[in-house]
Design a protein around this ligand. Structure first.
Ligand SMILES: [Zn+2]
Length: 263
């Protein structure tokens, strides 16, 4: 062994002891529930992925209990019609939605932390899970795009959670990501603030456009959002993509309220 190899080995050993000591003195808490992060090796693969993807540590710790609550529903129960309440005259009545998780329990508690706690790293973790589930289900496309935020909301939040999810999903699936395909024509109200179906349709109708920089002719495009309720937002984004020439559009969301109705 050369001197430099011996030195490197010694430094590695010391840093390993140091890490163990620091972990013992300052145990890490789960980024979602705050309990002791005990997932250990089960979570280390994600850290490796984050480093490979961005060159940075994820800044994330997830305990075993939270991790196990992100188990997806069965393979044959992850596809839905995009609209929960289909209507006559819909130009794309067969629009499909990929939705692996129910919006309940830990998922429901974690989502406000992404949006309102400005935890973009949690959104990236969820995107990683979404991409993994889609890869298991052999979902193919030419392009992945996020549902865009309005300029005003993007300024308030500092990031688009749908984009933060779509990026790692793109890397896992090996499908190119493009964040500048869709844009918002105008500000919309939060769909959750509106009760009636007609109000929700009116709120998003014509809300999206496709950049003239993009020619989508013949492409299959996946459009990603974080949470889906009625599906009107994703549906309207898909309409804009079809109008710009896409051959096929698939919608995908990390979580939603449909699973109970998919028996
Ligand atoms: Zn936890």
């Amino acid at each position: 062994m050369t001197c430099s190899n011996a030195l490197r080995g010694g430094i590695s050993l010391v840093s390993s002891y140091l890490k163990e000591t620091l972990d013992f003195m300052f145990p890490k808490s789960c980024s979602i529930c705050g309990r002791l992060a005990d997932a250990g090796d089960r979570f280390s693969q994600y850290e490796d992925f984050s480093l490979a993807l961005s060159g940075n540590s994820s800044g994330l710790q997830v305990c075993g209990k939270c991790l196990s609550s992100f188990a997806p529903c069965e393979h044959d129960k992850r596809w839905f019609l995009c609209l929960s309440d289909p209507y006559d005259g819909d130009p794309f009545p067969g629009l499909a939605l990929y939705l692996p998780l129910a919006y309940e329990g830990t998922v429901k508690r974690a989502m406000p932390a992404v949006k309102f706690g400005k935890k973009a790293y949690l959104a990236r973790f969820f995107g990683c899970l979404l991409g993994s589930f889609m890869k298991c289900d052999s979902v193919h496309a030419d392009l992945i795009v996020p549902v865009p935020l309005s300029a005003q909301r993007l300024k308030e939040r500092g990031f688009n959670q749908a984009a933060e999810m779509a990026k790692p999903a793109s890397a896992i699936l090996g499908i190119p990501y493009a964040g500048d395909v869709l844009y918002r024509n105008r500000n919309t109200h939060r769909q959750t603030e509106l009760k009636g179906t007609l109000d929700r349709i009116a709120n998003v109708t014509g809300a999206f456009g496709v950049s003239e920089e993009w020619d989508l002719t013949g492409l299959t495009v996946i459009v990603v959002d974080d949470v889906v309720t009625t599906g009107f937002t994703l549906h309207e984004a898909a309409v804009a993509l079809y109008e710009a020439g896409a051959e096929k559009v698939l919608c995908a969301a990390f979580a939603g309220n449909r699973q109970a109705n998919n028996d």
